[in-house]
Design a binder for this molecule. Structure first.
Ligand code: HSE
Length: 434
């Protein structure tokens, strides 16, 4: 049978990895797919020294690949929203299947892209968009299809996890580690996407839609980054038996879906609390299976290429099948998506870590406890340190039981209004993941 012809758009970190893996493992890939997969065209702005493209035809115009009648599958690896959207929609309009690693594109324009793909009877595959090389989309969409998913929680930004790990383990500075992540090709073109949680929110949006059968709703995700974390809080968390991780949490509740990305204390003995460096991990809790954990490299040249090439194999296997009988893009049949709302952060529930800087006066602890109890907030543990030499203030660290964010915000406002409490109360959410 003739090989399937693929056009790779973008020969950066992931594009070069995809080309190299397709070439190196060509024979095994053909045995799995049932046909060879041949890169018939590449769109690139400049050569990539990590990749010997040989005699493969090259163009500088990505849209030429979408218009090339020879090409069966367009692999979109240029990133961004604008040109990538135009490229993908053009490829679909021309009847081509698409493989993409672009989480921003899928999270923001996925509903439109999937609708067009259905009209044209083509596949849009996007495994590499979430958690790099971990096949978590396939696991959620197919392997866990029996379950009502209760929650998904993941470390889904490799750069952020790399930064937090290096800072905690080696005491390195934030800019120093970020520069290394950029040099290694982990970081987004705009690294604020990594450190402010936007990249993780893109990925969480995709996971939540596949887990709960809801349309993609990136604009409703709550996003908080890692830039304000201090080494003091990392240390106090450790002393209380927790690790701070930048977590994406999607939880199904009777009222709606929680969709939130933020720094989170996790008990230090949980496997996911020990996921370090650029590694990602996603926990999925289903009513039948219980908790599962998927672990692997969340970014990088060949780990991400592994997911892109697996999607290509899937597309080749499914391209001759009847479109109605393929696995739906968002796991649930398109006419069976639910309108269960995404909850605003004020209605989300979690436990909290609070750090209060208080004057060393009698009765302060009683006032704090009274404010919390008046709002039904139960204290799980409390640690009070000695007064600090430079300002005489006493750090008071509390872990609470679960409470709705709205009540916690009210309590923090009341705490900050106390005469004996100085400065802002530090608040970090806590998830026990059990
Ligand atoms: N910037 C992303 C990360 C790349 O660090 O996880 C993979 O999506």
């Amino acid at each position: 049978m003739k090989p399937v012809k693929v056009g790779i758009c973008g020969l950066g970190t992931v594009g070069s990895g995809t080309f190299n893996v397709l070439k190196r493992n060509a024979e095994e890939i053909a045995r799995r797919a049932g046909r060879g997969i041949e890169v018939a065209q590449i769109a690139q702005r400049r050569p990539n020294p990590h990749c010997d493209t040989g005699s493969t035809p090259i163009t500088a115009d990505v849209l030429a690949v979408a218009d090339n009648p020879e090409i069966d599958v367009v692999v979109e690896l240029i990133g961004g929203y604008t040109l990538a959207r135009e490229l993908v929609l053009r490829a679909i309009a021309n009847g081509k299947h698409v493989v993409t690693a672009n989480k921003a594109l899928i999270a923001v324009h996925g509903n439109e892209i999937f609708a067009r793909a259905r009209e044209q009877g083509v596949i849009v595959a996007f495994e590499a968009s979430v958690a790099g090389g971990i096949p978590v989309i396939k696991a959620l969409r197919e392997g866990l299809a029996a379950n009502r998913i209760n929650w998904v929680a993941g470390i889904i930004n490799g750069t952020g996890n790399f930064i937090l790990s290096e800072m905690r383990e080696k005491g390195r500075t934030f800019p120093d580690v970020l520069a290394e992540a950029q040099a290694l090709g982990y970081a987004e073109a705009d690294p604020t996407f990594d450190v402010e949680g936007i990249d993780a929110a893109h990925k969480l949006t995709i996971l939540a839609s596949i887990a709960f059968g809801i349309p993609l709703q990136f604009d409703k995700a709550y996003t908080e980054g890692i830039t304000r974390l201090t080494t003091a809080d990392v240390g106090y968390a450790e002393a209380l038996g927790y690790r701070i991780k930048h977590l994406g949490v999607a939880r199904s509740t009777a009222q709606g879906i929680e969709l939130r990305v933020h720094p989170t204390l996790i008990p230090a003995d949980r496997l996911i609390a020990n996921v370090n460096g650029v590694m990602n991990a996603v926990m999925v809790n289903g009513d039948a299976v219980g908790s599962t954990l998927f672990y692997g490299a969340g970014a990088g040249r060949e780990p991400t290429a592994s997911a892109v090439v697996a999607d290509l194999v899937d597309v080749v296997r499914a391209m001759t099948s009847d479109p109605e009988n393929r696995v739906p893009h968002l796991a649930f049949q398109p006419d069976a998506l639910s309108d269960h709302p995404v909850l605003p952060i004020e209605s989300c529930e979690s436990a909290y870590y609070l750090r209060i800087q208080a004057k060393d006066h009698p009765g302060v602890l009683a006032q704090v406890a009274s404010i919390l109890s008046a709002r039904g907030i139960n204290i799980e543990s409390i640690m009070q340190k000695e007064a600090e030499e430079h300002d005489g203030l006493v750090p008071m660290i509390l872990i609470t039981h679960r409470v709705t964010e709205r009540h916690m915000v009210e309590a923090i406002t009341a705490l900050e209004a106390l005469d004996d409490v100085i400065g802002d109360v530090v608040r970090i959410r806590v998830e026990h993941l059990n």
